[in-house]
Design a protein around this ligand. Structure first.
Ligand code: B12
Ligand code: SF4
Length: 468
Protein backbone atom coordinates (compact mmCIF):
# COMPACT_ATOMS: atom_id res chain seq x y z
CA UNK A 1 0.00 0.00 0.00
CA UNK A 2 1.32 3.50 -0.85
CA UNK A 3 2.28 5.47 2.25
CA UNK A 4 0.06 8.48 2.46
CA UNK A 5 0.88 11.81 4.10
CA UNK A 6 -0.96 13.18 7.12
CA UNK A 7 -0.04 16.79 7.86
CA UNK A 8 -0.89 17.73 11.45
CA UNK A 9 -0.97 21.43 12.27
CA UNK A 10 -1.13 23.44 15.46
CA UNK A 11 -2.22 27.01 14.56
CA UNK A 12 -0.36 30.02 15.89
CA UNK A 13 -1.64 32.08 18.80
CA UNK A 14 -0.20 34.91 20.81
CA UNK A 15 -0.04 33.05 24.13
CA UNK A 16 2.78 33.70 26.55
CA UNK A 17 3.09 30.00 27.29
CA UNK A 18 3.55 28.87 23.68
CA UNK A 19 5.21 31.76 21.87
CA UNK A 20 9.02 31.62 21.71
CA UNK A 21 10.30 34.34 24.01
CA UNK A 22 13.37 32.85 25.64
CA UNK A 23 16.42 32.02 23.51
CA UNK A 24 14.03 31.23 20.66
CA UNK A 25 12.12 28.76 22.84
CA UNK A 26 8.52 28.69 24.00
CA UNK A 27 7.86 27.79 27.64
CA UNK A 28 5.56 24.87 26.74
CA UNK A 29 4.88 22.81 23.65
CA UNK A 30 1.16 22.90 22.75
CA UNK A 31 1.32 19.59 20.91
CA UNK A 32 0.02 16.93 23.30
CA UNK A 33 -3.23 16.41 21.35
CA UNK A 34 -1.54 16.14 17.96
CA UNK A 35 1.15 13.79 19.25
CA UNK A 36 -1.64 11.53 20.53
CA UNK A 37 -3.36 11.69 17.13
CA UNK A 38 -0.07 10.88 15.38
CA UNK A 39 0.49 8.00 17.80
CA UNK A 40 -2.94 6.55 17.02
CA UNK A 41 -2.34 6.78 13.25
CA UNK A 42 -1.11 3.49 11.73
CA UNK A 43 2.54 4.02 10.79
CA UNK A 44 2.40 1.60 7.89
CA UNK A 45 -0.37 3.62 6.24
CA UNK A 46 0.64 7.22 6.97
CA UNK A 47 3.76 9.28 7.10
CA UNK A 48 3.05 12.08 9.59
CA UNK A 49 4.38 15.62 9.18
CA UNK A 50 3.92 17.91 12.18
CA UNK A 51 3.89 21.72 12.11
CA UNK A 52 3.58 23.99 15.15
CA UNK A 53 2.90 27.37 13.59
CA UNK A 54 4.02 29.09 16.80
CA UNK A 55 7.61 28.19 15.93
CA UNK A 56 7.68 27.52 12.16
CA UNK A 57 5.79 28.43 8.97
CA UNK A 58 3.21 26.11 7.41
CA UNK A 59 4.11 24.58 4.06
CA UNK A 60 0.84 25.06 2.18
CA UNK A 61 2.37 23.40 -0.90
CA UNK A 62 3.00 20.10 0.88
CA UNK A 63 1.03 17.47 -1.04
CA UNK A 64 -0.74 15.83 1.89
CA UNK A 65 -3.57 13.31 1.63
CA UNK A 66 -5.10 14.76 4.76
CA UNK A 67 -4.54 17.83 6.92
CA UNK A 68 -5.45 17.57 10.62
CA UNK A 69 -5.79 20.75 12.66
CA UNK A 70 -6.08 21.02 16.45
CA UNK A 71 -7.61 24.06 18.12
CA UNK A 72 -8.45 25.64 21.40
CA UNK A 73 -10.96 28.50 21.17
CA UNK A 74 -8.34 31.26 21.04
CA UNK A 75 -6.73 29.93 17.90
CA UNK A 76 -9.64 28.27 16.15
CA UNK A 77 -10.11 31.26 13.81
CA UNK A 78 -6.54 30.82 12.57
CA UNK A 79 -7.32 27.09 12.36
CA UNK A 80 -10.31 27.87 10.11
CA UNK A 81 -8.14 30.08 7.87
CA UNK A 82 -5.64 27.26 7.49
CA UNK A 83 -8.43 24.75 6.82
CA UNK A 84 -9.97 27.02 4.15
CA UNK A 85 -6.58 27.47 2.47
CA UNK A 86 -5.92 23.72 2.24
CA UNK A 87 -9.41 22.91 1.07
CA UNK A 88 -9.04 25.55 -1.65
CA UNK A 89 -6.04 23.48 -2.83
CA UNK A 90 -8.19 20.34 -2.83
CA UNK A 91 -6.72 18.80 0.34
CA UNK A 92 -9.29 17.26 2.72
CA UNK A 93 -9.20 18.63 6.28
CA UNK A 94 -10.19 17.18 9.65
CA UNK A 95 -10.30 19.27 12.82
CA UNK A 96 -10.22 18.19 16.46
CA UNK A 97 -9.36 19.39 19.94
CA UNK A 98 -11.34 21.31 22.47
CA UNK A 99 -13.10 23.99 20.38
CA UNK A 100 -14.21 21.83 17.43
CA UNK A 101 -15.40 19.24 19.98
CA UNK A 102 -17.68 21.79 21.61
CA UNK A 103 -18.71 23.52 18.36
CA UNK A 104 -18.60 20.84 15.64
CA UNK A 105 -21.24 22.53 13.48
CA UNK A 106 -19.24 25.73 13.32
CA UNK A 107 -16.04 23.82 12.49
CA UNK A 108 -17.75 21.83 9.75
CA UNK A 109 -18.23 25.07 7.80
CA UNK A 110 -14.45 25.04 7.29
CA UNK A 111 -13.45 21.39 7.21
CA UNK A 112 -14.65 18.05 5.91
CA UNK A 113 -14.74 16.21 9.22
CA UNK A 114 -14.54 16.88 12.95
CA UNK A 115 -13.47 14.52 15.70
CA UNK A 116 -15.54 15.17 18.80
CA UNK A 117 -13.61 14.35 21.97
CA UNK A 118 -10.91 11.70 22.05
CA UNK A 119 -9.41 10.63 18.73
CA UNK A 120 -7.99 7.22 19.63
CA UNK A 121 -11.16 5.17 19.13
CA UNK A 122 -12.28 6.84 15.88
CA UNK A 123 -9.13 7.59 13.93
CA UNK A 124 -9.00 4.26 12.06
CA UNK A 125 -12.59 4.64 10.89
CA UNK A 126 -11.91 8.20 9.80
CA UNK A 127 -8.86 7.11 7.77
CA UNK A 128 -10.80 4.22 6.22
CA UNK A 129 -13.52 6.68 5.19
CA UNK A 130 -10.90 9.04 3.77
CA UNK A 131 -9.49 6.28 1.60
CA UNK A 132 -13.01 5.41 0.40
CA UNK A 133 -13.59 9.10 -0.41
CA UNK A 134 -16.37 9.43 2.17
CA UNK A 135 -14.73 11.15 5.14
CA UNK A 136 -17.41 13.63 6.12
CA UNK A 137 -19.17 15.08 9.18
CA UNK A 138 -18.67 14.33 12.85
CA UNK A 139 -16.77 11.38 14.30
CA UNK A 140 -17.46 10.69 17.94
CA UNK A 141 -16.35 7.65 19.93
CA UNK A 142 -19.24 5.75 21.47
CA UNK A 143 -17.43 5.54 24.79
CA UNK A 144 -14.58 7.18 26.63
CA UNK A 145 -11.24 5.44 26.18
CA UNK A 146 -10.63 2.89 28.96
CA UNK A 147 -7.05 4.24 29.17
CA UNK A 148 -5.52 0.81 28.82
CA UNK A 149 -3.27 0.39 25.80
CA UNK A 150 -3.29 4.05 24.73
CA UNK A 151 -0.92 4.43 21.77
CA UNK A 152 2.42 6.02 22.54
CA UNK A 153 2.49 9.73 21.57
CA UNK A 154 4.92 10.40 18.69
CA UNK A 155 7.57 12.35 20.63
CA UNK A 156 9.96 11.82 17.74
CA UNK A 157 8.01 14.47 15.77
CA UNK A 158 8.68 17.32 18.24
CA UNK A 159 11.40 19.89 17.60
CA UNK A 160 12.55 19.67 21.19
CA UNK A 161 15.08 22.48 21.06
CA UNK A 162 12.25 25.00 20.47
CA UNK A 163 10.54 24.48 23.85
CA UNK A 164 11.61 24.70 27.48
CA UNK A 165 9.05 22.00 28.32
CA UNK A 166 8.50 19.77 25.33
CA UNK A 167 7.26 16.53 26.85
CA UNK A 168 3.77 16.08 28.27
CA UNK A 169 2.89 12.72 29.78
CA UNK A 170 -0.69 11.90 30.74
CA UNK A 171 -1.37 9.54 33.64
CA UNK A 172 -5.13 10.20 33.74
CA UNK A 173 -8.02 11.95 32.00
CA UNK A 174 -11.11 13.59 33.46
CA UNK A 175 -11.73 15.48 36.70
CA UNK A 176 -14.16 14.82 39.53
CA UNK A 177 -14.62 18.54 40.30
CA UNK A 178 -17.18 20.38 38.24
CA UNK A 179 -15.97 23.99 38.14
CA UNK A 180 -18.42 26.05 36.12
CA UNK A 181 -15.75 27.76 33.98
CA UNK A 182 -13.88 24.61 32.95
CA UNK A 183 -14.15 22.32 29.92
CA UNK A 184 -12.39 19.28 31.38
CA UNK A 185 -15.33 17.30 32.85
CA UNK A 186 -17.49 18.09 29.81
CA UNK A 187 -14.87 16.70 27.44
CA UNK A 188 -13.22 13.94 29.45
CA UNK A 189 -15.83 13.12 32.09
CA UNK A 190 -16.54 13.90 35.73
CA UNK A 191 -14.67 10.79 36.79
CA UNK A 192 -10.93 10.37 36.61
CA UNK A 193 -9.76 7.55 34.34
CA UNK A 194 -6.31 6.21 35.11
CA UNK A 195 -3.70 4.69 32.84
CA UNK A 196 -1.92 1.60 34.11
CA UNK A 197 1.24 2.74 35.90
CA UNK A 198 3.48 0.41 33.88
CA UNK A 199 2.22 1.98 30.63
CA UNK A 200 2.94 5.45 31.99
CA UNK A 201 6.47 4.34 32.93
CA UNK A 202 7.03 2.82 29.50
CA UNK A 203 6.18 6.22 28.06
CA UNK A 204 8.43 8.03 30.54
CA UNK A 205 11.33 5.78 29.56
CA UNK A 206 10.75 5.96 25.82
CA UNK A 207 10.02 9.70 25.52
CA UNK A 208 13.72 10.41 25.92
CA UNK A 209 13.17 13.47 28.15
CA UNK A 210 14.52 13.82 31.66
CA UNK A 211 12.20 16.71 32.40
CA UNK A 212 8.49 16.08 31.91
CA UNK A 213 5.17 17.80 32.51
CA UNK A 214 2.36 15.59 33.73
CA UNK A 215 -0.63 17.03 31.88
CA UNK A 216 -3.42 15.53 33.95
CA UNK A 217 -6.20 17.93 34.93
CA UNK A 218 -5.49 17.08 38.60
CA UNK A 219 -2.58 14.74 39.29
CA UNK A 220 -3.46 14.61 43.03
CA UNK A 221 -7.05 13.59 42.38
CA UNK A 222 -6.93 10.80 44.98
CA UNK A 223 -4.52 10.05 47.81
CA UNK A 224 -3.32 6.63 46.68
CA UNK A 225 -3.04 6.67 42.89
CA UNK A 226 -0.44 9.48 42.56
CA UNK A 227 1.66 7.63 45.13
CA UNK A 228 1.78 4.58 42.86
CA UNK A 229 2.94 6.75 39.98
CA UNK A 230 5.48 8.61 42.09
CA UNK A 231 6.91 5.42 43.59
CA UNK A 232 7.40 4.17 40.07
CA UNK A 233 9.03 7.46 39.02
CA UNK A 234 11.52 7.35 41.89
CA UNK A 235 15.10 6.58 40.92
CA UNK A 236 14.64 7.23 37.19
CA UNK A 237 16.43 10.57 37.23
CA UNK A 238 13.35 12.36 35.91
CA UNK A 239 12.30 15.87 36.97
CA UNK A 240 8.61 16.58 36.71
CA UNK A 241 5.92 19.19 37.24
CA UNK A 242 2.15 18.77 37.39
CA UNK A 243 -1.15 20.53 37.97
CA UNK A 244 -2.91 19.53 41.19
CA UNK A 245 -5.84 20.75 43.28
CA UNK A 246 -5.17 22.34 46.64
CA UNK A 247 -6.81 19.80 48.95
CA UNK A 248 -4.62 16.73 48.60
CA UNK A 249 -1.55 18.88 48.10
CA UNK A 250 -1.80 19.39 51.88
CA UNK A 251 -0.89 15.75 52.40
CA UNK A 252 2.71 15.54 53.64
CA UNK A 253 3.15 11.95 52.54
CA UNK A 254 2.23 12.93 48.97
CA UNK A 255 4.60 15.89 49.00
CA UNK A 256 7.42 13.83 50.43
CA UNK A 257 7.07 11.28 47.66
CA UNK A 258 6.71 14.04 45.10
CA UNK A 259 10.04 15.57 46.14
CA UNK A 260 11.76 12.18 46.28
CA UNK A 261 10.54 11.27 42.81
CA UNK A 262 11.81 14.46 41.15
CA UNK A 263 8.93 16.96 41.39
CA UNK A 264 10.19 20.53 41.12
CA UNK A 265 6.95 22.42 40.51
CA UNK A 266 3.21 22.20 41.18
CA UNK A 267 0.64 24.43 39.48
CA UNK A 268 -2.47 24.91 41.53
CA UNK A 269 -5.73 26.53 40.44
CA UNK A 270 -6.41 28.61 43.57
CA UNK A 271 -8.63 30.88 41.40
CA UNK A 272 -9.80 33.22 44.18
CA UNK A 273 -9.03 34.12 47.79
CA UNK A 274 -12.76 34.38 48.56
CA UNK A 275 -14.47 31.19 49.71
CA UNK A 276 -17.89 32.58 48.67
CA UNK A 277 -16.61 33.15 45.16
CA UNK A 278 -15.10 29.68 45.03
CA UNK A 279 -18.40 28.17 46.14
CA UNK A 280 -20.29 30.18 43.53
CA UNK A 281 -18.24 28.57 40.74
CA UNK A 282 -18.29 25.10 42.31
CA UNK A 283 -14.61 25.05 43.17
CA UNK A 284 -15.55 23.60 46.56
CA UNK A 285 -12.21 21.87 46.90
CA UNK A 286 -10.39 25.15 47.63
CA UNK A 287 -10.22 26.71 51.12
CA UNK A 288 -8.48 30.10 51.02
CA UNK A 289 -7.58 29.95 54.72
CA UNK A 290 -5.26 27.03 53.89
CA UNK A 291 -3.52 28.58 50.86
CA UNK A 292 -0.62 30.40 52.56
CA UNK A 293 0.30 27.44 54.79
CA UNK A 294 0.10 25.17 51.74
CA UNK A 295 2.65 27.25 49.82
CA UNK A 296 4.98 27.13 52.83
CA UNK A 297 4.58 23.39 53.14
CA UNK A 298 5.29 22.75 49.46
CA UNK A 299 8.36 24.99 49.66
CA UNK A 300 9.60 22.98 52.62
CA UNK A 301 9.84 20.05 50.20
CA UNK A 302 11.90 22.12 47.74
CA UNK A 303 9.03 22.40 45.26
CA UNK A 304 7.94 25.60 43.52
CA UNK A 305 4.29 26.71 43.43
CA UNK A 306 2.63 28.34 40.44
CA UNK A 307 -0.57 29.99 41.67
CA UNK A 308 -3.32 30.29 39.08
CA UNK A 309 -5.85 33.03 39.83
CA UNK A 310 -8.85 34.35 37.91
CA UNK A 311 -10.34 37.85 38.06
CA UNK A 312 -13.84 38.86 37.01
CA UNK A 313 -16.02 36.55 39.09
CA UNK A 314 -19.37 38.03 40.12
CA UNK A 315 -18.16 38.34 43.71
CA UNK A 316 -15.11 40.39 42.69
CA UNK A 317 -15.16 44.13 43.31
CA UNK A 318 -12.43 46.69 42.74
CA UNK A 319 -10.54 45.65 45.87
CA UNK A 320 -9.86 42.14 44.56
CA UNK A 321 -6.78 42.99 42.49
CA UNK A 322 -4.67 44.61 45.21
CA UNK A 323 -5.80 42.08 47.82
CA UNK A 324 -5.00 39.08 45.63
CA UNK A 325 -1.61 40.41 44.54
CA UNK A 326 -0.68 41.29 48.12
CA UNK A 327 -1.81 37.86 49.25
CA UNK A 328 0.40 36.24 46.61
CA UNK A 329 3.43 38.24 47.72
CA UNK A 330 2.85 37.66 51.45
CA UNK A 331 2.25 33.95 50.91
CA UNK A 332 5.49 33.80 48.88
CA UNK A 333 4.14 32.24 45.69
CA UNK A 334 6.95 31.54 43.23
CA UNK A 335 4.89 32.60 40.23
CA UNK A 336 1.31 33.72 39.77
CA UNK A 337 -0.73 33.70 36.57
CA UNK A 338 -3.63 36.16 36.66
CA UNK A 339 -6.28 35.29 34.11
CA UNK A 340 -9.45 37.08 33.14
CA UNK A 341 -12.59 34.99 33.55
CA UNK A 342 -13.57 33.65 30.12
CA UNK A 343 -16.86 31.94 29.28
CA UNK A 344 -15.49 29.20 27.03
CA UNK A 345 -18.26 28.02 24.70
CA UNK A 346 -20.11 25.02 26.09
CA UNK A 347 -19.15 25.50 29.75
CA UNK A 348 -21.84 26.14 32.32
CA UNK A 349 -20.46 29.65 32.72
CA UNK A 350 -21.12 30.20 29.01
CA UNK A 351 -24.80 29.19 29.27
CA UNK A 352 -25.33 31.24 32.44
CA UNK A 353 -23.80 34.34 30.87
CA UNK A 354 -25.56 33.87 27.56
CA UNK A 355 -28.89 33.57 29.34
CA UNK A 356 -28.22 36.81 31.20
CA UNK A 357 -27.07 38.45 27.94
CA UNK A 358 -23.68 39.28 29.46
CA UNK A 359 -21.35 38.03 26.74
CA UNK A 360 -20.27 40.99 24.64
CA UNK A 361 -17.74 39.56 22.21
CA UNK A 362 -17.80 36.25 20.39
CA UNK A 363 -14.50 36.95 18.67
CA UNK A 364 -12.76 33.66 19.49
CA UNK A 365 -9.31 35.25 19.09
CA UNK A 366 -10.02 37.06 22.34
CA UNK A 367 -10.86 33.88 24.29
CA UNK A 368 -7.42 33.36 25.80
CA UNK A 369 -8.07 34.60 29.35
CA UNK A 370 -6.16 37.82 28.68
CA UNK A 371 -9.07 39.83 27.26
CA UNK A 372 -12.46 40.88 28.60
CA UNK A 373 -15.30 39.41 26.53
CA UNK A 374 -18.21 39.78 28.99
CA UNK A 375 -19.82 42.37 31.27
CA UNK A 376 -18.46 41.91 34.81
CA UNK A 377 -20.96 42.21 37.69
CA UNK A 378 -19.28 44.78 39.94
CA UNK A 379 -17.01 46.81 37.67
CA UNK A 380 -16.62 47.83 34.06
CA UNK A 381 -14.71 45.76 31.52
CA UNK A 382 -12.04 48.46 31.45
CA UNK A 383 -11.66 48.25 35.23
CA UNK A 384 -11.32 44.47 35.06
CA UNK A 385 -8.60 44.79 32.45
CA UNK A 386 -6.67 47.53 34.25
CA UNK A 387 -7.05 45.77 37.59
CA UNK A 388 -5.63 42.52 36.20
CA UNK A 389 -2.64 44.35 34.75
CA UNK A 390 -2.13 46.21 38.03
CA UNK A 391 -2.15 42.93 40.01
CA UNK A 392 0.42 41.55 37.62
CA UNK A 393 2.62 44.65 37.87
CA UNK A 394 2.38 44.51 41.64
CA UNK A 395 3.26 40.81 41.89
CA UNK A 396 6.17 41.09 39.44
CA UNK A 397 7.46 44.46 40.73
CA UNK A 398 11.17 44.59 41.51
CA UNK A 399 10.54 44.79 45.27
CA UNK A 400 8.25 41.74 45.12
CA UNK A 401 10.73 39.75 43.03
CA UNK A 402 13.53 40.59 45.49
CA UNK A 403 11.38 39.68 48.45
CA UNK A 404 10.19 36.38 46.97
CA UNK A 405 13.47 35.19 45.44
CA UNK A 406 14.33 31.83 47.05
CA UNK A 407 17.65 32.62 48.67
CA UNK A 408 17.21 29.78 51.13
CA UNK A 409 15.95 26.24 50.60
CA UNK A 410 16.37 23.92 47.66
CA UNK A 411 14.03 25.42 45.06
CA UNK A 412 15.80 25.89 41.71
CA UNK A 413 16.83 29.54 41.42
CA UNK A 414 17.39 29.55 37.70
CA UNK A 415 14.05 27.89 37.12
CA UNK A 416 12.45 30.43 39.46
CA UNK A 417 13.85 33.34 37.44
CA UNK A 418 12.81 31.76 34.16
CA UNK A 419 9.19 31.32 35.26
CA UNK A 420 9.02 34.82 36.73
CA UNK A 421 10.23 36.08 33.38
CA UNK A 422 7.66 34.13 31.35
CA UNK A 423 4.63 34.73 33.53
CA UNK A 424 5.07 38.49 33.77
CA UNK A 425 2.17 39.35 31.54
CA UNK A 426 3.20 41.32 28.50
CA UNK A 427 0.42 40.13 26.24
CA UNK A 428 -1.70 42.66 24.39
CA UNK A 429 -4.88 42.78 26.43
CA UNK A 430 -8.13 44.50 25.46
CA UNK A 431 -11.77 44.89 26.31
CA UNK A 432 -13.12 43.14 23.23
CA UNK A 433 -15.51 45.06 20.99
CA UNK A 434 -19.08 43.73 20.72
CA UNK A 435 -19.74 41.16 18.00
CA UNK A 436 -22.69 39.05 16.86
CA UNK A 437 -23.30 35.73 18.64
CA UNK A 438 -22.50 32.60 16.59
CA UNK A 439 -25.47 31.14 14.73
CA UNK A 440 -24.92 27.71 16.30
CA UNK A 441 -24.99 27.00 20.00
CA UNK A 442 -22.07 25.08 21.49
CA UNK A 443 -22.80 21.63 22.86
CA UNK A 444 -20.40 19.84 25.18
CA UNK A 445 -19.31 16.32 24.18
CA UNK A 446 -20.53 15.05 27.58
CA UNK A 447 -23.60 16.42 29.33
CA UNK A 448 -23.09 17.30 33.02
CA UNK A 449 -24.62 15.02 35.65
CA UNK A 450 -26.17 17.86 37.61
CA UNK A 451 -29.83 18.10 36.57
CA UNK A 452 -30.06 21.91 36.61
CA UNK A 453 -26.91 22.24 34.53
CA UNK A 454 -28.07 19.64 32.08
CA UNK A 455 -31.34 21.49 31.74
CA UNK A 456 -29.55 24.79 31.11
CA UNK A 457 -27.59 23.20 28.28
CA UNK A 458 -30.53 21.40 26.73
CA UNK A 459 -32.55 24.61 26.82
CA UNK A 460 -29.85 26.40 24.86
CA UNK A 461 -29.02 23.67 22.39
CA UNK A 462 -31.98 21.33 22.00
CA UNK A 463 -30.75 17.73 21.98
CA UNK A 464 -26.99 18.03 21.35
CA UNK A 465 -26.95 14.51 19.99
CA UNK A 466 -29.12 15.65 17.09
CA UNK A 467 -26.96 18.58 16.16
CA UNK A 468 -24.37 16.91 13.96
C1 B12 B 1 -1.91 20.66 29.50
C2 B12 B 1 -2.74 21.85 29.10
C3 B12 B 1 -2.08 22.96 28.59
C4 B12 B 1 -0.59 22.95 28.26
C5 B12 B 1 -0.31 22.24 26.93
C6 B12 B 1 -1.49 22.13 26.02
C7 B12 B 1 -1.31 21.21 24.84
N1 B12 B 1 -2.24 21.30 23.92
O1 B12 B 1 -0.37 20.50 24.69
C8 B12 B 1 -0.25 24.45 28.21
C9 B12 B 1 0.38 24.83 29.54
C10 B12 B 1 0.70 24.90 27.11
C11 B12 B 1 -1.62 25.07 28.06
C12 B12 B 1 -1.79 26.37 27.70
C13 B12 B 1 -3.01 26.97 27.53
N2 B12 B 1 -4.21 26.44 27.84
CO1 B12 B 1 -4.46 24.61 28.39
N3 B12 B 1 -4.89 22.89 28.99
C14 B12 B 1 -4.16 21.84 29.23
C15 B12 B 1 -5.06 20.67 29.68
C16 B12 B 1 -5.04 20.59 31.21
C17 B12 B 1 -4.70 19.32 29.07
C18 B12 B 1 -4.52 19.36 27.55
C19 B12 B 1 -3.84 18.12 27.09
O2 B12 B 1 -2.65 18.05 26.99
N4 B12 B 1 -4.61 17.06 26.86
C20 B12 B 1 -4.10 15.78 26.42
C21 B12 B 1 -4.36 15.59 24.94
C22 B12 B 1 -3.97 14.19 24.53
O3 B12 B 1 -5.75 15.78 24.77
P1 B12 B 1 -6.35 16.80 23.71
O4 B12 B 1 -5.43 17.92 23.48
O5 B12 B 1 -7.74 17.11 24.07
O6 B12 B 1 -6.34 15.90 22.38
C23 B12 B 1 -7.25 14.83 22.17
C24 B12 B 1 -8.55 15.23 21.49
O7 B12 B 1 -8.93 16.56 21.74
C25 B12 B 1 -8.30 14.98 20.05
N5 B12 B 1 -7.63 15.98 19.24
C26 B12 B 1 -6.91 17.06 19.60
N6 B12 B 1 -6.45 17.70 18.53
C27 B12 B 1 -6.85 17.04 17.45
C28 B12 B 1 -6.63 17.26 16.11
C29 B12 B 1 -7.15 16.38 15.17
C30 B12 B 1 -6.89 16.60 13.73
C31 B12 B 1 -7.94 15.27 15.61
C32 B12 B 1 -8.51 14.34 14.63
C33 B12 B 1 -8.18 15.06 16.97
C34 B12 B 1 -7.62 15.93 17.88
O8 B12 B 1 -7.48 13.82 20.08
C35 B12 B 1 -6.58 13.90 21.20
C36 B12 B 1 -6.40 12.50 21.75
O9 B12 B 1 -7.63 11.97 22.21
C37 B12 B 1 -6.44 21.15 29.13
C38 B12 B 1 -7.66 20.53 29.72
C39 B12 B 1 -8.11 19.44 28.78
N7 B12 B 1 -8.27 18.27 29.27
O10 B12 B 1 -8.22 19.62 27.58
C40 B12 B 1 -6.30 22.68 29.21
C41 B12 B 1 -7.07 23.54 28.23
C42 B12 B 1 -7.00 22.88 26.88
N8 B12 B 1 -6.31 24.78 28.20
C43 B12 B 1 -7.04 25.82 28.08
C44 B12 B 1 -6.54 27.15 27.95
C45 B12 B 1 -7.55 28.27 28.01
C46 B12 B 1 -5.18 27.40 27.78
C47 B12 B 1 -4.52 28.77 27.57
C48 B12 B 1 -5.25 29.73 26.64
C49 B12 B 1 -4.31 29.37 28.95
C50 B12 B 1 -3.68 30.73 28.95
N9 B12 B 1 -4.40 31.67 29.49
O11 B12 B 1 -2.60 30.92 28.46
C51 B12 B 1 -3.13 28.36 26.99
C52 B12 B 1 -3.11 28.35 25.45
C53 B12 B 1 -1.78 27.88 24.97
C54 B12 B 1 -1.69 27.48 23.53
N10 B12 B 1 -1.31 28.38 22.68
O12 B12 B 1 -1.89 26.35 23.15
C55 B12 B 1 -8.51 25.49 28.05
C56 B12 B 1 -9.06 25.64 26.64
C57 B12 B 1 -10.50 26.11 26.62
C58 B12 B 1 -10.91 26.45 25.24
N11 B12 B 1 -12.16 26.24 24.94
O13 B12 B 1 -10.14 26.97 24.48
C59 B12 B 1 -8.52 24.02 28.62
C60 B12 B 1 -9.60 23.12 28.07
C61 B12 B 1 -8.67 24.13 30.16
C62 B12 B 1 -9.96 24.81 30.55
N12 B12 B 1 -9.88 26.05 30.99
O14 B12 B 1 -11.04 24.29 30.49
N13 B12 B 1 -2.61 24.18 28.34
S1 SF4 C 1 -10.49 21.23 39.36
FE1 SF4 C 1 -9.43 22.12 37.57
S2 SF4 C 1 -9.65 20.62 35.92
FE2 SF4 C 1 -11.12 20.06 37.52
S3 SF4 C 1 -13.06 21.02 36.88
FE3 SF4 C 1 -12.02 22.46 38.28
S4 SF4 C 1 -10.78 23.82 36.98
FE4 SF4 C 1 -11.36 22.01 35.74
Amino acid sequence: MRQRILHLINPKTDSLTTRPIYLNRALYSPLAGLLAVAGATPRDRYHVVLTDENIEPIDFELKADLVGISAMTSYVKRGYEIADAFRARGVPVVMGGIHPSFMPQEALKHCDAVVIGEAELVIEKLLDDLEQGRMRGAYRAERLHPMVGLPMPRYDLVKKNRYVNSTFVQTSRGCSQGCTFCCEPLMYGLKTRYRPVEEVMREVESCGARSITINDADFFSTAERPKEVMRALKGRGVHWQAAVTSKLAQDDSLLELAAESGCNMLSIGFESISRDTLKSVHKHVNRPETFAALVKKIHAHGIMVIGLFIFGFDGDDLSVFEETARFGIDADFDTCAYSILTPFPGTLLWYEMQKADRIVSFDWDKYDQSNVVFRPAQMSGEELLRGTLAACDRFYSLSSVMRRFPLRGSRGRLQWLLYNHFFKKDAIMVVAAPTEAPDVAPSPPILPLDRAWRQAILEATGDPGEQV
